[in-house]
Design a protein around this ligand. Structure first.
Ligand SMILES: NC(=O)c1ccc[n+]([C@@H]2O[C@H](COP(=O)([O-])OP(=O)(O)OC[C@H]3O[C@@H](n4cnc5c(N)ncnc54)[C@H](O)[C@@H]3O)[C@@H](O)[C@H]2O)c1
Length: 279
């Protein structure tokens, strides 16, 4: 924390999938609390829009659009963060989507796409961040400190924690990211780099909008339908202890907490931001 008293003052954060929804709300919240944010999304226009909204509110951010599943993406975005700001404190692996289907009908392509975006991409990004997170922390510790606030947050889901009908690919990937998180927590914890997961329940975004509204995403040569059927949305709300979906801002609050110095001793944890769903 710097002179301003803002919790992330002086920190640099990369947030993927920050053109919409939870990632965009997180980017704005991080900037509001003093972070310089590297905003990234596969869609360039919403990436720019998030950066513009941060700047309009007096914050600092740059746009680095790109697809996290592109093998050259990690080098590109970590390089851009270092070029612009000279350091990296936080990496939020938030980019993701769903490609639903019942197991007996699911293609290999569908399966691999979920592992690629939710597991392989975060793995590559964390590996690429190693010199600026792990090694920096190691160096600072070797000198007897102080050690900067550094952390990684990986976005998981209740679909992973509890399983979910029609999401065998997504559920596996979202549980896989917790294993990845706990391993990084053990490997990099000694150097002061914390790594946590955050599992969301039903947060109101494009991903969870009414299926009948017809949102979709193009992946390769496929048009993938996003959203949840209206009846299932109603049921999720009915069974939720808080009787409503969460907002992207409420989801961002959890991401922010995990990266803030308030979570300085929180490592290898999976924070559930669900309104109590599944308890
Ligand atoms: N909304 C929920 O209820 C909910 C619940 C659990 C987990 N999640 C997870 O939260 C994260 C954010 O989702 P959201 O609800 O804000 O959805 P969203 O669709 O509003 O935002 C996700 C963003 O990620 C981007 N993205 C998708 N694939 C990408 C790729 N390959 N490279 C770069 N960017 C990519 C999209 O363009 C989009 O802007 C996802 O990982 C999602 O699985 C969401």
């Amino acid at each position: 924390m710097g002179m301003s008293g803002k919790l992330l003052d002086g920190d640099v954060a990369i947030i993927t999938g920050a053109g919409r929804g939870i990632g965009a709300a997180s980017a704005r919240l991080f900037a509001e609390h003093g972070a310089r944010v590297v905003v990234s999304d596969r869609d360039a226009e919403p990436t720019e829009a998030t950066v513009e909204s941060i700047k309009a509110a007096g914050g600092t951010a740059i746009a680095v659009p790109g697809d996290v599943t592109d093998p050259s993406f990690a080098k590109k975005i970590i390089g851009a963060a270092i070029d612009a700001y000279g350091q990296l404190n936080h990496l939020v692996n938030n980019a993701g989507y769903t490609w639903d289907g019942m197991l007996h009908k699911m293609s290999d392509e569908q399966w691999h796409a979920m592992i690629e975006v939710h597991n392989t991409a975060p793995f590559r990004l964390i590996r690429e961040a190693s010199p600026y997170m792990r090694d920096k922390g190691r160096e600072e510790m070797g000198k007897g400190g102080p050690v900067a606030n550094r952390s990684i947050v990986n976005v998981s889901s209740t679909s992973g924690l509890h399983g979910n009908t029609g999401q065998i690919n997504y559920a596996c990937a979202k549980m896989g990211i917790i294993g990845l998180t706990k391993t990084v927590a053990k490997e990099w914890g000694p150097f002061g780099v914390r790594c946590n997961a955050i599992a969301f329940g039903f947060i109101e975004t494009r991903l969870t909008g009414s299926k009948e509204a017809g949102a979709s995403m193009t992946v390769g040569d496929k048009e993938i339908a996003l959203g949840i059927p209206e009846g299932i949305r109603d049921m999720a709300i009915m069974f939720n202890p808080m009787q409503r979906a969460g907002s992207p801002e409420e989801a961002a609050g959890g991401v922010f907490f995990l990266c803030s110095p308030l979570a300085a001793y929180v490592n290898g944890h999976c924070l559930e931001v669900t309104g109590g769903a599944g308890i």
